[in-house]
Design a protein around this ligand. Structure first.
Ligand code: CA
Length: 233
C-alpha cells in the first residue's frame, strides 16, 4: 500500500475537486482542498503538503502564478506539482512545466490516470527506489527504502512503527504534527490507536536517539515536531 501523503487540491470546480479528494482518500492519502488561487497558495505555504494538484485556470491567482510563487519560496520550492490543464494546448503544458510543474494532466481526464501520475510524481520526488530516498533532520538520517537510521555515523535500531513515526517527523521538516496526523502517517488511516500509544513509541525513539532524542519536541496540546538543532527549550 502506498504511504499516506498530504495532497493539496487547488481546483475551482467543486464537483471535480470533491471527486479527486474522495479518490485520494480512498487511496490512503489525506486531501486538502482550496477553491481559488489565493486560498491554494496560503494552504500550500502553511501546510506544506507532500504534493499539490494545481488547476491552471483559477479565479484570482492562476495556476501558473501559484507554481511560480511556490518555486520561488525556499520552504515550498521542492513540493511536487501536478498541473491540471483545461486545454490540450501544448503551450499551456510547456509553460506549466517551465514554471516547475512536475507533470500535467489534460482535462477531461480519468481519475485512475490522475492517481497514477500523482503516485509516479511522489515516487520520483521521494526517490526511485534505488536507495537514494534519504531524509535528514540535523544529525539524524533516515533511509526510506531500507529503513536504516543513523545518528551521525552510528546506526540506530528502531521497530517499524518507531521508524515510521521518526520518518514522519523528519519529513515534516520542523512542522508540528498532531497525534492523529502521526497515527495516520505511521500506522495508517482508519486504524484505532490511542494518543498514549504514540507517546510511548516516541519516548522509545527518543531514548534510542540518545543525546539527540531531545530533537523531538513535545508541543503541548498539539503534538510533536522535530528540530534540526538541540536548541534550548
Ligand atoms: Ca478551473
Amino acid at each position: 500500500m502506498p504511504l499516506c501523503r498530504r495532497i493539496l487540491i487547488v481546483e475551482d470546480e467543486a464537483d471535480l475537486a470533491d471527486i479527486i479528494a474522495f479518490n485520494l482518500q480512498r487511496a490512503g492519502h489525506t486531501p486538502l482542498q482550496a477553491s481559488d488561487g489565493a486560498a491554494g497558495l496560503r494552504l500550500a505555504q502553511h501546510e506544506r503538503p507532500d504534493l499539490v494538484i494545481l488547476d491552471l485556470m483559477l479565479p484570482g491567482i492562476d495556476g501558473l502564478e501559484i507554481a511560480r510563487r511556490l518555486r520561488a519560496e525556499p520552504t515550498t520550492a521542492s513540493i511536487p506539482i501536478v498541473m491540471l490543464t483545461a486545454k490540450a494546448d501544448e503551450r499551456d503544458q510547456l509553460t506549466g512545466l517551465a514554471v516547475g510543474a512536475d507533470d500535467y494532466v489534460t482535462k477531461p481526464f480519468s481519475i485512475p490516470v490522475l492517481l497514477a501520475r500523482v503516485e509516479a510524481v511522489l515516487r520520483r520526488a521521494e526517490g526511485d527506489g534505488s536507495g537514494v530516498a534519504v531524509a535528514a533532520r540535523g544529525p539524524v538520517r533516515i533511509d526510506l527504502d531500507t529503513h536504516e537510521v543513523r545518528v551521525g555515523s552510528d546506526p540506530v535500531r528502531l521497530t517499524t512503527t518507531e521508524f515510521k513515526l521518526l520518518a514522519a517527523l523528519v519529513r515534516a521538516d520542523g512542522r508540528v504534527l498532531t497525534r492523529p496526523e502521526l497515527i495516520s502517517r505511521a500506522i495508517g488511516p482508519g486504524i484505532r490507536v490511542t494518543d498514549r500509544a504514540i507517546d510511548v513509541h516516541l519516548a522509545a525513539v527518543r531514548k534510542k536517539l540518545g543525546e539527540h532524542g531531545s530533537l523531538i519536541k513535545t508541543v503541548r496540546g498539539v503534538g510533536y515536531k522535530m528540530t534540526a538543532d538541540r536548541e534550548p527549550v
